[in-house]
Structures are given as C-alpha cells and as structure tokens.
Design a protein around this ligand. Structure first.
Ligand code: GTP
Ligand code: MG
Length: 198
C-alpha cells in the first residue's frame, strides 16, 4: 500500500467525540519519546503531520489522521513520563484507557518500544492490560537505525524471549522500524493493508 493522502481530522481527550465514521482504525501507543508521532510522519511521507519533539510528553491528545480516505491512524500521548505521575494507574491516563475500551473501530493497537532497551515493566503492564481487555495489538520496535544489524537482531530476539517466558504463550506479531531511515515502512503498511482486508 502507498499512502497517497493523509489528513489531520481532530484532536480531543474524549472518546465519544472521536470521528463517528466506522472506518478501520490503528492506534500508536507506548512510552513518551519512543517515536509514535515520528512513525506516523514516516508512514505518511510527511515531515510534521504529527508533532514531534526531542522532549518527552509532546503529544497530549488523541489525534486522528485519515489515510487514503479510508482508514485512521491515531497518535496518542505517551505513558511512563515520570513527571506526569508516579502511580501506574495515573500514568495510563484515564482517557487513553477509555479510548481503548470504547473505540469499537479499533482494529489493532501498535505498542511501540525502543529497540535499544530491555523490556520495561510499564510496557509489560500495558500489554498485559491490552490482553486482559482483549484488545488486539502488535509490537513495533522503533529507532532501529541506532543499532548495528547484529545488535538489532539480538535485541529483538531477547525482547520476544522475555515476553514469551513471562506472560505470553506466543510472541505478539512484531515489526522493526526506523523513522530516520524509513526502514520497515513497507512492512508496516502491508501489515495494516492485510488487516484492512479482513
Ligand atoms: P510523545 O508524544 O512525547 O509521547 O513522544 P513520541 O513517542 O511521539 O516521540 P516523537 O515521535 O516525538 O520522537 C521523540 C524523539 O525521538 C524525537 O527527537 C525524534 O526525532 C526521535 N526519533 C523518533 N523516531 C526515531 C527513529 O526511528 N530514529 C531516531 N534516531 N530517532 C527517532
Ligand atoms: Mg508524540
């Protein structure tokens, strides 16, 4: 699939005010600064469709982007930003969990994790919460350009290993990306395409 058209539609914190159209929807979630907004720009060939920053906590709202007039990409605020709150419950802001619980159009969440880091408790906890709430998700490893190929492969394998040793019987579907180099773009779009067709 090629992204020919990408339009910002709206921002809000209230899931009941999100677009009413019943189009397939995919939401990017993960720790602050992991690269959610950058990945939206990379996938849509746009420099600043979604606002990015070197400082964590840039995205504060639920942002809907309509792609090719027939599906939505959603950029969400990050979690785990220590300055917001120390309590895990509060870190997963209520409007984010509301979004996941109520948004029937959501086909899949994509949990973004920085490929350089070991599994972080907050990501494990969030994936577990998605599982408990029967919300389908895949993992997108970000910032692949920061590692050499051998280290990249090793980190991905180790991450998936930890997941399967820990909570999950099977590793979730996963993709590896770099918003700087464009690595993984075709794979992410092809995967979304395959879900759109189901
Ligand atoms: P919040 O909105 O604060 O939750 O952050 P976010 O997850 O949307 O991250 P954002 O896209 O704003 O990127 C955070 C920082 O990481 C920026 O400085 C980006 O330039 C950088 N970044 C994002 N993706 C990549 C990547 O693939 N490679 C490299 N090298 N840097 C990246
Ligand atoms: Mg962001």
């Amino acid at each position: 699939m090629e992204v020919k058209k990408a339009d910002f539609i709206m921002s809000n914190t209230d899931v009941s005010k999100c677009p009413k159209e019943r189009l397939p929807e995919y939401a990017f979630i993960g720790r602050s600064n992991v690269g959610k907004s950058s990945l939206i720009n990379m996938l849509t060939n746009r420099k600043s469709l979604a606002k990015t920053s070197g400082k964590p906590g840039k995205t504060q709202l639920i942002n809907h982007f309509k792609i090719n007039d027939n599906w939505f990409l959603v950029d969400l605020p990050g979690y785990g930003y220590a300055r917001v709150s120390k309590s895990t419950k509060k870190v997963f802001q209520k409007f984010i969990t509301n979004y996941f619980e109520k948004r029937l159009q959501l086909i899949s969440a994509f949990v973004l994790v920085d490929v350089r880091h070991e599994p972080q408790p907050i990501d494990m906890e969030f994936m577990q919460w998605l599982g408990e709430n029967q919300i389908p998700f895949s993992i997108i490893f970000t910032k692949a350009d920061k590692l050499k190929p051998a280290a990249l492969e090793k980190n991905v394998a180790k991450y998936l290993d930890t997941l399967t040793n820990d909570v999950w019987e099977e590793a979730p579907h996963h993709l590896v990306t770099s918003s700087s180099s464009g690595f993984g773009k075709d794979e992410v779009l092809a995967y979304i395409d395959s879900l759109n067709e189901v």
